[in-house]
Ligand binder design. Sequence first.
Ligand SMILES: Nc1ncnc2c1ncn2[C@@H]1O[C@H](COP(=O)(O)OP(=O)(O)O)[C@@H](O)[C@H]1O
Ligand SMILES: [Mg+2]
Length: 401
Amino acid sequence: MHPVLHDKLRADADRLSEALEHMSKLFLAPKEEKTLRAFSTAEVAELLRVSDGYLRKAHFDGRIPDVAQGPGNKRLYQAEDILNIRQILAQTAKDPFQFLPGRRDGDKLQIWSTVNFKGGSSKTTTTATLGMRLALRGYRVCLIDADPQASLTTFFGYQPELDFRHGGTLYDAIRYNDGDQTRVPITDVLRKTYFPNLDLVPGGIMLSEYETETPTALSRGEQPVFFNRIRDSLRQVDDDYDIVLIDCPPQLGYITMSAVCASTSLLMTIIPERVDLASASQFLTMASGVLEVLHSNGGIGAYDNFAYLLTRFDTAISTQQDLAEWIRQLLGDSVIATPFVKSSAVSEAGLSQRTIVEVDLTGAKNRKTYERALESVMGFSNDIETMIQAAWGRGGGDNET
Ligand SMILES: Nc1ncnc2c1ncn2[C@@H]1O[C@H](COP(=O)(O)OP(=O)(O)O)[C@@H](O)[C@H]1O
Ligand SMILES: [Mg+2]
């Protein structure tokens, strides 16, 4: 007997996902929780923008609580310690905002979407790395995984296809009405992570439904319209964060448009290669057309930045260097000064769903490689911080204490 194709596919899918769930229960139980490493004095000094000596003296004077010590009596700071020290130092500092760089009264929540047509242009890696770095720098950060592929979600130790099989993703917060099923407050799907100051709205395959459901929702006039649904959800948590980063799928579909309309700034990743530039140009042309229509429908308002980040930049390849230079000449100040360099440290960390911010360098063999990649991450992250501070009307003049 030959079953009809859709029945066979459904049955196979059910069989596979049941088996997978069973397997994960066997192998991963109890579920391996991701945790965050400790940070050294030098790292904490850099994050607080003070000198090592200043930090040691503050401990010595008893102005800040002491922390655990590792081999060689070296201080080991947990992320919670760093946050705690920030708050204490802010209370006595001449300029408390050096230690608490986030929003002040009247500052707008910064919402950045990472966009590009092209898969593999480092959208997800950049979003995850930037989010973790900004959280360690003292900002309250929310990461939103708007990609059905959900790679950003996997960075936080989840297996989206199993963990969110029955819901719990961004989709639940932006979905259209279907009988008695309606969207939920975004706080229902928000999850704390193992970084203090960093929350996650997971993604998952259900998000692809948004693409197919939007045309019918539009035809029956359901409100809010697609481009307002992420913006609308984020209003519920407007006061809880300084910065929201949205990782978009590699296409200009309804979800990406909804993310773009919710954003105050956009970050476009570009690999300095000819083919990538061609697709970047295509994306910009299409986005411009779509945004023009949305603009006339009130979907899009003022924005602060449209920034390009050179990613996976292989400085050893001269054609990449030439192209990077050429891009800077063409696009000027919109190109972020520090590129995200291509590094085996980044891709290796990525294999175990980690960003290089998370990798413990103590005793690492390829320390130099990691340090070079980290320098690049700190560079573009600081550049973006400067843009965020500028959007809040500040010169970004955080002085060394
Ligand atoms: N700076 C980098 N150096 C080396 N590999 C990188 C870098 N950034 C990203 N990658 C790797 O490139 C691949 C695609 O990156 P990803 O962030 O998933 O791109 P996207 O989200 O645009 O599809 C991943 O394997 C990732 O580890
Ligand atoms: Mg991605």
